[in-house]
Design a protein around this ligand. Structure first.
Ligand code: ADP
Ligand code: ASP
Ligand code: MG
Length: 405
């Protein structure tokens, strides 16, 4: 029998009524002759509530107890959905990640999946059970781990890869992938298809409709992946390997933004070999990821100013590390700024069509938006701007690149 994996996000399982409607969708798939593994998120808002509970006791999120608490929302929805399915005469069983098991490394709160055992689940599927798996969860040496925010997408794709599913359907609260977040740009256009590499850039630059790691996994295993609405019956967006012919004309696929980064500038750093290696090496040693970096020379050429961005959640730690290194780095002032956003234009057509950066920078200038840092890849241009102008930048760029047409 053909197998599909269907994942339902937080808003899709927010209430008992919605869980019942998920159950009837699954019933349709079963009646169409499919074996189904369902992956569920916690009810909308639940993971945030659980995180706050932990934070009222500790800020240490790298422990298994943190994951024990924040993974529990998914346990609840997996049980509820299995009950709702049995209620409408669909045989279903929930299996927690540790019961399957889905094993991960020991990176608590952002663990990586290492292996998914198949025997138990295959046995149940052979007996025509629908299997409901909580997303976001894993296990390391009998402890519970979680896969990072939005991690249920990655659970679903990893399960689809392990069980060689014919399709992986990601049901969510929008009906597909758009040229920009439809909650910010009201005339954003739904894409019928988008390539894995474009989706990877969009996701990693802030389009949270799919967790970045889920896209990378789907690309590696060539999973037939689609994003679609759990509320309406209409076609969604397929994430595909190759650009289709009619996509060739499209230069830009989407505009996205993230507001969770912060900027650090070090003024008058001694300009000598090894400085950047020291600064960024020290940050990397403490697990702090640096995203954008720019270095400018001062007039006399003796010193340089270095600006870089880190996640806001890493800002305090990063600043602490830099202050401790001050004697060696030799800077004379450090400024931290959390009021920044990164706006990105993504499209694989950029490879062949020059001039996208020019249009982007001119549009921002015409709207009096100052660019603080720029970074590029083959198919993406990102700029760091003041967060006061995030929505204006996204909307005007969306218009300028005529993405609604
Ligand atoms: P779920 O709880 O189902 O996992 P998420 O909230 O994680 O859903 O992701 C869906 C949200 O992603 C949408 O509600 C939308 O606001 C946001 N989003 C951001 N960028 C895009 C985009 N380019 N296309 C579609 N949705 C986007
Ligand atoms: N519930 C988790 C979160 O809110 C995982 C997910 O929904 O994908 O991040
Ligand atoms: Mg999500």
């Amino acid at each position: 029998m053909k197998l599909i994996v269907a994942k339902f996000g937080g808003t899709s399982v927010e209430t008992i009524d919605r869980i019942k409607s998920v159950a009837s969708r699954i019933k349709n798939e079963v009646n169409n002759g499919y074996n189904v593994i369902v992956v569920v998120s916690a009810m909308a808002g639940e993971t945030n509530r659980l995180i706050k509970l932990v934070e009222s006791l500790t800020n240490d999120y790298r422990t298994s107890e943190y994951d024990t608490v924040i993974s529990s929302g998914e346990q609840v929805t997996s049980g509820l959905l299995a009950i709702a399915l049995n209620d409408i005469n669909i045989k279903a069983k929930s299996y927690q990640a540790w019961q399957i098991p889905i094993t991960t490394d020991d990176n608590f709160s952002k663990a990586n999946i290492e292996n998914i055992s198949k025997d138990k689940v295959n046995f149940e599927l052979d007996n025509e059970y629908v299997i409901v798996v909580p997303g976001f969860q894993g296990t390391y040496k009998n402890r519970i781990t979680t896969l990072g925010r939005g991690g249920s997408d990655t659970s679903a794709v990893a399960i689809a890869a392990a069980f060689k599913a014919g399709r992986c359907d990601i049901y969510t609260d929008v009906d597909g992938v758009y040229t920009a977040d439809p909650r910010v740009v009201s005339n954003a256009l739904k894409l019928k298809t988008i390539t894995f590499e474009e989706m990877l850039e969009l996701a990693s630059q802030g389009a949270k409709v799919l967790q970045t790691r889920s896209v990378a996994l789907a690309m590696n295993y060539n999973i037939k992946l689609q994003v679609l609405s759990s509320f309406e019956d209409k076609p969604g967006t397929f994430i595909i390997g190759e650009r289709q012919k009619n996509m060739e004309k499209t230069i830009i696929s989407g505009i996205t933004y993230t507001s969770n980064e912060a900027k650090i500038t070090l003024f008058n750093v001694n300009d000598k070999p090894g400085q950047a290696a020291m600064i960024f090496g020290a940050l990397a040693d403490k697990g702090i990821n640096v995203d954008m970096i720019v270095q400018t020379s001062t007039k006399d050429g003796e010193a340089t100013d270095i600006t870089f961005t880190v996640l806001q959640s890493d800002l305090l730690n990063a600043a602490d590390i830099i202050v401790k290194l001050k004697p060696e780095i030799g800077y004379n002032k450090m400024i931290e700024d959390s009021k920044v956003s990164k706006v990105s234009v993504v499209g694989s057509g950029m490879r062949t069509k020059p001039g996208i950066a020019k249009i982007m920078f001119k549009t921002l200038a015409d709207n009096n938006i100052n660019i603080q840092v720029i970074s590029t890849s083959e198919i993406k241009i990102s700029v760091l701007i003041s967060s006061d102008y995030t929505e204006l930048a996204v909307r005007t760029l969306h218009d300028e690149f005529q993405l609604s047409n």
